[in-house]
Design a protein around this ligand. Structure first.
Ligand SMILES: Cc1cc2nc3c(=O)[nH]c(=O)nc-3n(C[C@H](O)[C@H](O)[C@H](O)COP(=O)(O)OP(=O)(O)OC[C@H]3O[C@@H](n4cnc5c(N)ncnc54)[C@H](O)[C@@H]3O)c2cc1C
Length: 452
């Protein structure tokens, strides 16, 4: 087979699309990214994303080494563990990360906005902003022509739909593959990290990640993000020399000038949609969003209420939590999918970005073999799609199970029983180290293992 590197067009400069773009560029494969947002910071909320060992492996494989070093330097302090408690801040289960396989070493806490700023470094000539992909046509010669607002059509050998949960590419490629609403709504916000905010967290000043289980079935979450730079964006003294060097490099200085992220606490609340008599709030009505959270959590510890009130109005996020329907098999062609565009999942396992990153690595590896003449393009795409369908199905299913969407359909009496069972179970596990380790391993499985 003669070697010929394909020309790849990526729809969407998000987590997965940018990781793939780096991987292809490093491999000398021509790539163009078409992004809907008009500029580098468009549409980015600065919530925390947990990058698992799976996700970190993909980033290490795709990013140039100095950019991977900058990724590591741009992550927040690692967490010592996870605390689960009641809405009144009473401990149910504490999982020290030392009990997790790998000791949590390869877990990275990132601000989504910062991660995107890192991933955009070195791709200025590849990413085209203000270009919304609207459709595509497959050509007789096997190529694909992509239609996008804001400029001319673009033709290549492969279109990768990495355009997120509301993909324009997926419905054209797989008309039958939809999403189902879980009946749950997620609301989130961010408060600046200071001494007072730390006192408001369930774990107090040593908090990392906390889950709060409300007796009526709502679930809260808090994350602390301590960056390796201060509020003036100056690297802190005392950080590891390798991180200091990465932040002092030209790429690091560029990042610190472009990214606005400083230390923060992010929180989220997941509740059944029917708890909003007039329907879930609009993200644009920020006072309404935070007022709704205050009302829905009026019985919670007053420190939670204060945390919500200290949050910046512009940080409000409202999400209708959806999950992909199982993907059908399809015949590989010049168009494929990656990340949320292929497999939207609930935030239950923190696996969405990590699965998108793994997709990027798996697809990149196979396109390198096309470049080297070992595989033809259709075979490479087909192999990637078969593998991606398998592992993403597990991630979608387990993310849904962990979210416990039954709560959206339970009667108050059934919920009372479920709460008692849940709390008793967690308290029991909390006293048995072997059970705690088992739970910790189960929680990591989707995010860490290679499955297949
Ligand atoms: C609050 C919250 C917390 C989360 N926490 C975690 C976590 O801890 N761990 C984890 O693994 N995942 C987490 N996720 C999920 C994760 O953010 C997503 O799964 C991940 O970003 C998906 O990456 P992607 O590349 O597929 O899509 P995205 O990152 O959403 O990127 C899609 C890109 O496509 C662009 N686009 C959209 N339409 C078009 C178009 N028509 N033409 C061109 N461009 C287009 C968008 O502007 C965007 O830039 C979280 C999500 C939320 C909302």
């Amino acid at each position: 087979m003669s070697a010929r590197a394909p020309r790849v067009i990526i729809a969407g400069a998000g987590t997965g699309g940018l990781c793939l773009a780096h991987g292809l560029r490093r491999a000398g494969i021509e790539v163009v990214v078409l992004e809907r947002d008009r500029h580098r910071t468009g549409g980015l909320q600065g919530y925390r994303v947990g990058i698992s060992p799976n996700g970190a492996r993909a980033l290490r494989a795709c990013l140039p080494p100095q950019l991977y070093a900058l990724f590591e330097a741009s992550t927040g302090d690692a967490y010592d563990g996870m605390l689960m408690c009641t809405e009144r801040y009473r401990e149910l289960l504490a999982l020290p990360y030392a009990e997790l396989p790998g000791g949590g070493d390869d877990e990275h806490n990132v601000s989504r906005a910062t991660l995107h700023q890192v991933l955009l470094r070195g791709l200025t000539d590849v990413v085209h902003f203000g270009r919304t992909v609207t459709g595509y046509a497959e050509n007789q010669d096997g190529t694909v022509t992509v239609h996008a607002d804001g400029g001319a059509d673009v033709t290549g050998d492969l279109l990768v739909g990495a355009d997120g949960a509301n993909s324009r590419v997926r419905p054209r490629l797989l008309p039958g593959a939809g999403h189902t609403s879980t009946g749950l709504v997620g609301i989130g916000g961010r408060a600046p990290l200071d001494m007072r905010t730390l006192e408001l967290l369930p774990g107090g000043p040593s908090s990392g990640i906390t889950l709060l289980f409300d007796r009526h079935g709502g679930v809260g979450i808090t994350h602390v993000m301590r960056m390796r730079w201060d509020d003036e964006h100056v690297p802190r003294t005392g950080i590891e020399p390798r991180h200091a060097a990465a932040l002092a490099s030209p790429l690091g200085r560029e990042l610190l000038a472009a990214d606005t992220t400083t230390d923060f606490v992010s929180w989220g609340l997941t509740v059944p949609a029917h708890w909003f008599p007039d329907g879930p709030p609009s993200r644009d009505d920020t006072p309404g969003v935070f007022a709704d959270v205050g009302r829905l959590t009026s019985g919670w510890d007053p420190r939670w209420q204060e945390l919500v009130h200290r949050s910046a109005p512009e940080s409000a996020v409202v999400i209708d939590i959806r999950t992909s329907d199982p993907l059908p098999d399809w015949t590989p062609g010049p168009v494929t999918l990656l990340g949320d565009a292929a497999h939207t999942m609930t935030p239950g396992r923190g696996a969405g970005a990590n699965t998108a990153l793994r997709d990027a690595r798996e697809l990149r590896d196979r396109l390198v073999r096309v470049r080297d003449g070992e595989l033809d393009l259709r075979t490479a795409v087909g192999e990637y799609e078969a593998l991606m369908r398998r592992y993403s199905a597990v991630a979608v299913r387990e993310s849904l199970e962990f979210l416990n969407d039954d709560v959206a359909r339970r009667s108050p009496a059934a919920q009372a029983v479920a709460t008692t069972v849940q709390r008793t179970g967690m308290r029991l596990v909390n006293h048995v180290p072997a059970l705690r380790r088992r739970i910790a391993r189960g929680m990591q499985r989707v995010r860490d293992s290679e499955f297949v």
